[in-house]
Ligand binder design. Structure first.
Ligand SMILES: [Zn+2]
Length: 405
């Protein structure tokens, strides 16, 4: 078993130890007789840092709790020979450890606050690189419950209560009224005691005084399978997150030339305007298509009892072509339409008035085969998109011939 120095002192960033074993297989690793490095467990993630062995400095990239009770330090690069008993010096990344202590201790305070105020119990804790979350075992969670728990957690932090570590046996632990009893069958339990606020059994690293957590900020709240998930950030992460939020909000407010607190109102107003304008535009397009269809039809002479409208436009999208084709074929019962647009996306629309004998879907398939495009449709209207506008004109000519037979 590795002697875990962090059990007794979470602020020990520098320690001396002896090599117990080196592993030189696929993933080089080092096992020491004692270590201050925290291995991932209980929702808290591992420490990183360095191990100095003589003139060599080994970078520790991950730390794992092995089943045999030993702490395995995975290394960035393979180690040369390092016999058991060699004295080494370990240094953990203090900023990362401090951040983890703030998040993890913050979680103890927050979970206890939900129990104290609302009898809501935490069923799991997750720590990621940018935020943490707890899952509460409850079918409902109100805004007031969230606000009051956040407030109490921050009050406990401000009161700077001592956080003590105690070791007790199982029997004693049972009498203490712990918030969380661990699933382990170990005889000795490590109790984290936040003075007159929370008692829980935990093997993680914690602050000495709640003031070292700094502050706690609740963020996203969402329904999950087993209850409600609450994202939160503590300490420097909370400050960095609040700073990022403020920058985002300020940039957004700048777009509206508004105060940040007026952003939702301004955004709603803009969206309403967009909706109104979109409706107006649709109506204008509709009216324009009717007028254009009437003009086109007026200048198209009848031949063999039908009127064939052929046009190539620039700057028309597929929807606009389709709209025009629909208007044309509804204005009279003897209309055939072959429309194309060269940009923004080269497109083709074929249509006929209801009751006309051709198959525009089949004609579109033939045309697409010539132009290397994709498209299809029904007997009366069909559409296609092609990779380039080259050849559009000759393809329309070929389709015209088919319809003139
Ligand atoms: Zn803990």
């Amino acid at each position: 078993m590795t002697d875990r120095l962090y059990y007794h002192d979470s602020f020990l960033y520098d320690f001396e130890a002896e090599v117990a074993e080196i592993r030189t297989d696929a993933r080089p690793a080092l096992i020491l007789n004692r270590s201050a490095f925290y291995p991932t467990s209980g929702g808290q993630i591992f420490d990183t840092g360095t191990i100095e062995a003589g003139a060599e400095t080994l970078r520790v990239t991950e730390v794992v709790d092995a089943e045999d009770g030993r702490v395995v330090h995975y290394l960035e690069a393979p180690v040369k020979d390092l016999p058991p008993g060699t004295r080494v010096r370990g240094q953990i990344d203090a900023a990362r450890r401090r951040d983890h202590m703030q998040q993890h201790s913050g979680q103890h305070v927050l979970s206890a606050a939900f129990v104290r105020l609302h009898n809501l119990h935490t069923v799991s804790f997750h720590m990621a690189d940018d935020y943490c979350s707890i899952d509460l075992d409850t079918p409902t969670l109100t805004k007031d419950q969230i606000d009051t728990a956040e407030r109490l957690a921050n009050e406990i932090i401000l009161e700077n209560r001592p956080v003590d570590i105690r070791f007790v046996n199982r029997e004693e632990a049972g009498k203490l009224g712990l918030r969380k009893l661990p699933a382990t069958d170990r005889d000795q339990l490590r109790i984290i005691d936040i003075h007159e606020f929370d008692l829980s059994a935990c093997g993680g690293t914690h602050v000495n005084q709640t003031g070292q957590i700094g502050c706690i900020l609740l963020r996203k709240v969402e329904r999950v399978r087993q209850g409600w998930r609450i994202e939160f950030v503590a300490g420097q992460r909370a400050v960095a997150t609040a700073r990022r939020d403020f920058t985002t909000l300020t940039d957004t407010a700048g777009l509206f030339s508004a105060h940040i607190y007026d952003v939702p109102q301004q955004a709603r107003k803009s969206l309403d305007e967009v909706r109104t304008l979109r409706k107006q535009r649709e109506q204008a397009q509709e009216e324009l298509a009717v007028a254009q269809a009437a003009a086109l039809l007026a200048e198209t002479p009848e031949s063999n009892g039908r009127r064939l409208v052929i046009r190539t436009f620039s700057e028309r999208d597929m929807n606009s072509l389709k709209l025009l084709a629909q208007k044309l074929t509804r204005l009279a019962n003897n209309v055939l339409v072959l429309l194309a647009s060269t940009s923004p996306q080269p497109s083709v629309v074929f249509a006929q008035s209801a009751g006309q004998p051709f198959d525009m879907g089949a004609l579109m398939k033939q045309t697409m085969a010539i132009l290397n495009g994709r498209g299809g449709g029904s007997k009366d209207i069909a559409q296609g998109g092609v990779p380039t506008a080259d050849g559009l004109q000759s393809a329309l000519d070929a389709a015209t011939k088919t319809l003139s037979v």
